[in-house]
Ligand binder design. Structure first.
Ligand code: MEV
Length: 283
């Protein structure tokens, strides 16, 4: 039994989404594949990840009777959705096909990684589309991205559970900032086809994330590096504390070069140009 799920990138709205505000996220072409085989003895995990992967597997399958082999090219703990992809790949390998049932089961896995997940990461992994999501209203599928972003990796994992708990402990003092992030997400949603409008909104989202205490000097430095290299906007993406920066670009090359010059690993996620339709095969 085999199942796969893709990683994700949060465009805007992380952390605020935990408190009911909207967020926008999209899948990326990085995948986790899990193969489940019945076996004697305790359920075992063979693949990337730490003891929490075994815990997720046992919660979603059973304490004994399974071995899971996994492969993944999603960097772990970088806000790229490795934990949600792991849970969704497991539930798909178990043969659960209904999207709502996949989400319901995978959320039990996500709780191993942090106690109060908004569900955003699992939703993107299951829906396989760019979505706007709120905890109360659920998801809306947005048009496929027409823009290009460069993802710059700090090489360091962020501790999502601790970061989410830290933000929670700073409420209600930071509630106005969370509200501002929420309204900014709707401004981004309205400007998805207009990168010049969208860029500054993303950079503002980074400053607000900094205000709520989840950025680091390295993430701030990467945002400046991307903007200096011509990005239209840049922000941390995911829980922060490490992880990645996402930079909105017209041309990825200068930002990729600047990141490489500083020894940071980076890759581009290239949107489909507006108006391009899937090709119809000639008769
Ligand atoms: C983590 O990928 C995104 C956060 O908003 C947490 C969550 O939505 O559960 C930080």
């Amino acid at each position: 039994m085999q199942g796969s799920a893709r990683g994700k990138l949060i465009l805007c709205g992380e952390h605020a989404v935990v408190y009911g505000h909207p967020a926008i996220a999209m899948p990326i072409d990085r995948t986790t594949t899990v193969t489940l085989t019945p076996s004697d003895g305790p359920t075992r995990w063979q693949g990337p990840g730490d003891h929490r992967a075994t815990e997720v597997l046992r919660r979603l399958t059973a304490e004994s009777g399974f071995t899971a082999r996994a492969s993944s090219d999603i960097p772990i703990g970088r806000g790229l959705g490795s934990s949600a992809a792991l849970s969704v790949a497991i539930v798909r390998a178990m043969g659960i096909e209904d999207p709502e049932a996949q989400i319901e089961a995978a959320m039990r896995g996500e709780q191993v990684f942090h106690g109060n997940p908004s569900g955003l990461d699992v939703q993107v992994a299951v829906r396989e589309a760019m979505i706007r999501f709120t905890r109360n209203e659920g998801f809306t599928v947005l048009p496929p991205p027409t823009f290009t972003v460069v993802v710059i990796d700090t090489g360091m994992p962020g501790d999502t559970a601790a970061l989410v708990a830290g933000v929670g402990s700073r409420r209600p003092q930071i509630d106005a900032t969370l509200d501002r992030i929420g309204s900014l997400v709707d401004e981004v949603a309205a400007s998805l086809g207009d990168v010049r409008k969208m860029g500054p909104l993303l950079t503002e989202n980074h400053h607000l994330l900094s205000e709520i205490g989840v950025s680091t000097p390295l993430l701030d430095d990467m945002v400046s590096l991307a903007l200096d290299a011509g990005a239209l906007g840049a922000k941390l993406s995911g829980a922060g504390g490490g992880g990645v920066v996402v930079a909105l670009v017209e041309d990825p090359a200068p930002v990729l070069r600047a990141a490489d010059g500083r020894g940071y690993s980076a890759f581009a996620v290239i949107g489909r140009p507006a108006g391009i339709r899937p090709q119809v095969a000639p008769k």
